[in-house]
Design a protein around this ligand. Structure first.
Ligand code: SF4
Ligand code: SF4
Length: 304
């Protein structure tokens, strides 16, 4: 089967301090870092062994920043060279040096990069993106849609090449007026998917069928948002739990979750780039209303 694994280990420290950070950041102690490194190593060995002969994709979604830690960089490089790994990606603020990407297979490595104004400069972030392009590494770029960051998002959209997708996440707790939504949609044609939570109760979701969430200790859940375990990676109990089923939660408001909500059809929109959040389709449409805007409008009229 083709399985997407979202891995999140104990790491919770970050070199940035974004005021809107959704995570409870901490300063990891040496013992916590050793624990994170050991957990990641165990996970990597499982992916290398691939006991079921699957085609695997991996997205690292750390609570903090992984790329400042050598073991995440090494894991990405190593997994990128495995023939049964279709894609290996990580969510990152792109602050670290990127020379290591030259050792990875650019066919399989991808980055999900977020630009945080106030924590770094636009020039520095754009230089990092240019480095990725030089190494042929697929990447999306994203920002949080805070009203005070709109002008910067427009500038970033203009500064990035047309083929680089700039996604915008609706800011937590912010209600967007129709005008605001239109202004952000002009930056990200897919903003309509992010702007309001999606009703999910009773709707089938690929999470728990072809996508799973894996903790550092191997605990497997359908997704990062449902607390119930469906098994463990290392004793193989998760495997028989992979099946089609409805979501028990009222709503789903995070891209790494609702991208799997079947009724939204986002596996088609992001075909070939689900892990790194890169849509399929004609990239020059970014920044101008296109067919995806109509898709987003259709999704908004569906029950939530
Ligand atoms: S870069 Fe991400 S994890 Fe780090 S402080 Fe900002 S939002 Fe939080
Ligand atoms: S809709 Fe969201 S919360 Fe529900 S199973 Fe899918 S990813 Fe999880």
């Amino acid at each position: 089967m083709n399985l997407l694994m979202l891995y999140r280990g104990p790491l919770a420290s970050c070199n940035y301090d974004c005021p809107y950070c959704p995570f409870a950041k901490r300063r990891d102690t040496p013992a916590q870092l050793r624990e994170d490194r050991a957990a990641l190593s165990r996970f990597v060995e499982w992916v290398v062994a691939n006991p079921h002969g699957d085609t695997l994709s991996v997205l690292f979604t750390p609570w903090g920043e992984g790329l400042t830690r050598s073991w995440y960089r090494q894991a990405l490089v190593r997994l990128s060279h495995l023939p049964h790994v279709e894609r290996v990606a990580i969510q990152t603020n792109l602050a670290g040096r990127l020379a290591w990407t030259a050792d990875a297979d650019p066919e399989r490595l991808a980055l999900w990069a977020t630009y945080h104004p106030g924590q770094t400069s636009r020039d520095r972030f754009l230089t990092a993106c240019a480095t990725l392009r030089r190494h042929g590494i697929r990447h999306s770029v994203g920002m949080v849609g805070l009203p005070e960051h709109h002008a910067e998002a427009v500038t970033m959209r203009d500064a990035l090449p047309a083929q680089t997708y700039l996604w915008i996440n609706a800011a937590d707790g912010h209600v967007y007026s129709a005008d605001e939504e239109a202004r952000w949609t002009a930056v990200d044609p897919l903003f309509g998917y992010s702007v309001r939570p999606h009703a999910s109760a009773g709707h089938e979701c690929w999470a728990g069928e072809t996508a799973i969430s894996v903790n550092g200790d191997g605990l497997v859940r359908r997704c990062h948002f449902l607390p119930e375990a469906i098994g463990n990676l290392y004793d193989d109990t998760f495997r028989t739990a992979l099946t089609a089923r409805a979501c028990p939660a009222a709503s789903c408001d995070c891209h790494i979750g609702y991208v799997h909500l079947k009724r939204l059809g986002l596996h088609q929109v992001f075909a070939g780039g689900i892990a790194e959040r890169i849509p399929a389709g004609p990239p020059p449409a970014w920044g101008a209303p296109g067919p995806h805007v109509r898709s987003a409008a259709a999704a908004r009229t569906a029950p939530r």
